[in-house]
Design a protein around this ligand. Structure first.
Ligand code: PLP
Length: 385
């Protein structure tokens, strides 16, 4: 570290941010993400009637029903598509897909930590062939290629660790019996999507849906449901009941989960989906996140010290913005002083190991808070120059 860098880092750490400059809500994390106050109030209003009651009875099942109906509307589901859910988050769904959706071999786009983890899960599965990996360096965008010998294509809609968005489009030349599995954990609800381009569009509640973690949700096409049923009928394949997609489908149709869900997560999620629908649905959410992420990109363009990590403007995420900070400025000093002032979780993805800020602009994050965050960052950079 240069002397100048160390000195500037000390200056930044010693700065204070005027109270009136701070965003109304300081949570800019990429997941868990900010939960709106109204959601917490809704949760507290059912503290005696839903919380702490049976998930096999109407009060809790109604929330599952509201989530399923709300997602059906939000994503304008075509005939035959179903909203399925289970416990364990998106990570559990990787296991579900390894057991019950990938027949023999998948093609995985690997462009960061999360896409890498799914590829690793499929590689380790003893009943599957090694996936074909199409890799890109972090920050870049790989493209799926139609292949004869794969039965599924897998990629993230948004690679949360790098802030790269991948188009959701069936690979040109792909056969209808080849499934498209899209990890939409951080994109779903924050970016437009044409669900007909996917067979499993799966996600978790703690990102754009502003809820707590612990669940996976997956929008399944008729082809995916058919595949799941066929693989479940194959007695040579061991499928742990917790990872059984057919059992999740059966339970979801009854508005329940295989085992006990986190009820608070269901309440928060139902509230957020309905709020998003009231605001104007996915069109509204898509436009809001384009605006707020655009504000951050514009800021980067006018600051010499800040450079977008994703060099291709077309690949930049509208929900997770990754901005490299000039080497002469220690980004950790910035995130430390921000954290002391209640502005949290703008650190880069830990394993990416860059001198970077990572700022999520999910639908719950309004323009005024992003404007305030930018003003605060300007203050820290200018005052320490
Ligand atoms: C957060 C995230 C996951 C992991 O989600 P969990 O619910 O914690 O398992 C997977 N994929 C992507 C793209 C993510 O952003």
């Amino acid at each position: 570290m240069s002397d100048a860098r160390t000195a500037r880092a000390d200056t930044i750490r010693g700065l204070s941010i005027p109270q009136e400059m701070l965003p109304g809500d300081g949570r800019f994390g990429s997941g868990p993400s900010r939960i709106r106050d109204a959601q917490m109030e809704a949760l507290s209003s059912v503290s005696r009637t839903v919380m702490g009651t049976s998930h096999r009875q109407a009060p809790v099942k109604q929330y599952v029903g509201r989530i399923r109906a709300g997602l059906r509307e939000l994503f304008s589901l075509p005939e035959g598509y179903e909203v399925v859910l289970g416990n364990g988050g998106s990570t559990a769904f990787w296991g579900v897909a390894a057991c019950g959706l990938v027949e023999q071999r998948a093609q995985n786009l690997v462009l960061g930590e999360f896409s890498q983890k799914f590829a690793a899960e499929l590689t380790a599965a003893p009943h599957l062939r090694e996936p074909e990996v199409v890799a890109a360096t972090p920050g870049a965008l790989p493209v799926p290629v139609a292949r004869d010998d794969v039965d599924a294509y897998a990629w993230p809609h948004n690679e949360t660790s790098t802030g790269v968005m991948v188009p959701v489009q069936r690979p040109e030349g792909a056969r209808p019996d080849q499934l498209v599995l899209v990890d939409a954990t951080s994109a779903a609800g924050g970016a437009m999507v044409d669900i007909t381009q996917t067979d499993a569009y799966y996600f978790a509640p703690q990102k754009a849906f502003a809820s707590d973690g612990g669940l996976w949700l997956s929008i399944l096409s008729p082809a995916a449901i058919e595949r799941a049923e066929r693989l479940a009928a194959d007695t040579s394949r061991w499928i742990p009941s917790f990872l059984s997609l057919t059992s999740a489908i059966d339970n979801s149709r009854k508005d329940q989960t295989l085992n006990t869900p986190a009820v608070a997560t269901l309440v928060l999620m139902a509230e957020q989906i309905e709020w998003m629908l009231e605001q104007g649905g996915l069109t509204w959410a898509d436009s809001r996140t384009r605006t707020t992420s655009g504000m951050l990109q514009d800021w980067a363009a006018r600051r010499d010290e800040i450079t977008p990590f994703v060099t291709d403007p077309g690949a930049r995420s509208q929900v997770v913005t990754t901005l490299d900070v000039d080497d002469e400025i220690d980004a950790t000093a910035l995130t430390t002083v921000l954290r002391q002032h209640g502005v949290v979780d703008v650190e880069p993805y830990r394993k990416l190991g860059r001198n970077q800020l990572r700022i999520a602009t999910f639908p719950a994050v309004g323009e005024e808070d992003v404007a305030a965050l930018i003003a605060v960052l300007d203050h820290l950079l200018d005052q320490s120059a």
